[in-house]
Design a protein around this ligand. Sequence first.
Ligand code: GUN
Ligand code: FE
Length: 430
Amino acid sequence: MKLLKGDIVHAPALGALETIPDGALLLDDDGTICEVLHEQPQDFDGEVFDCTGKLIMQSFADMHLHAPQFPNVGTGMDLPLLDWLKAYTFPVEAKFADLSYARRVYRRLARDLIANGTTRVCMFSSLHTDATLVLMEELERAGVTGFVGKVNMDRNGGENLQETTEESIRETLRWLAECSRFTRIKPILTPRFTPACTDELMAALGKISAEKGLYVQSHLSENLDEIAWVRELHPDCAQYWESYDKFGLWKDRTIMAHCVHSDARERSAIRQAGVVVAHCPDSNINLCSGIAPVRQMLNEGLWVTLGSDIAAGSSLSGSQMVTMSIRASKIRRFTDPEKPAFLTVPEAYYLGTTSGHRYFGAGNGFAAGDRLHAVVVDDRDFTETPRALSLSERLERALYTMTAANVCAVWSEGRLVLDRRTAAPVRKTA
Ligand code: GUN
Ligand code: FE
């Protein structure tokens, strides 16, 4: 048995925060949580990870990001979605035909995810099968777990980033056959979005998904021009989501990124099908896409998770993803005539952690029986506060201000994958 000691903060339910000062997580030898202890045992003879005085937080689950866009992070924010794809995004993705480039970028990406406390992802690769396998290798090597998808796109990609329909199907099957060698990274079918996939390709992917029991991820109702384009391409569909439904891709656990412009009817279709929303607030603001109606979604019982959506989102940091969802909900509050309540810190923390982790079969918060996914945050050297902060205040401050420099340990799937506990403490200057 092992013991991880520190100040525990986890979110077992939406809006519920459990704070345990000087608590401990009792783990078995493979890193499975046996018990969340409110008192530290006096005579423990197993291995002790003493993080006393530090925050033991749930790691982040990034439910939507594009690995081959990583080189573009922080650039090209001056265009709306469809122009942005053509001008910046498709050109950088085309570079991943080069496997040594892919190796270098993906190794750095995987390391940076762990360094920022993100241990589970649902990720888009590019259309390149071999680079996608490189990505999966690098994620596994770094300790990142979750789903990765080889992107399918057989129209509107341009000269250097498009497959034929036949190629796209054949390469998807070749990729799936290779995926059996991975243990912590699983494949997910990834039609880029309706404008990038012909009906024939969508139908084939729907069939593969049903036959092989594979989940699906894509984009939905991100931008008004995109929605108008889908209407032209599928005049028989009253709404965007129906263009996925038509081909068996709209089903339980399909992840749809954005849903910025999903109205009550589309949201109802999301809930009824068991589709999961990946809300990407930073991206939606950067590309002037709009602000998703997250409060309405939560009130209606939709399953909402968060995504960084790099490189439309400009930060890989899970904590930034969480606080951006709060900022976006405040913008929605003063632009939406219904004045929906903004997200609280416990709610946003839940969306960026538990809500995403549940997609991978995890329980609520630090749940007994789950392999540990945690990030230990050293917040001792923030600027002096006029009074001692409560644990929930420390969580708020950590989410708003932490960087990778504050991360001193990360557990993923029960394994210690980053250990900087002996590094010098962070010094913050005002
Ligand atoms: N829609 C289709 N492709 C993309 C992409 O790469 N990023 C975003 N934000 N939206 C998309
Ligand atoms: Fe995206």
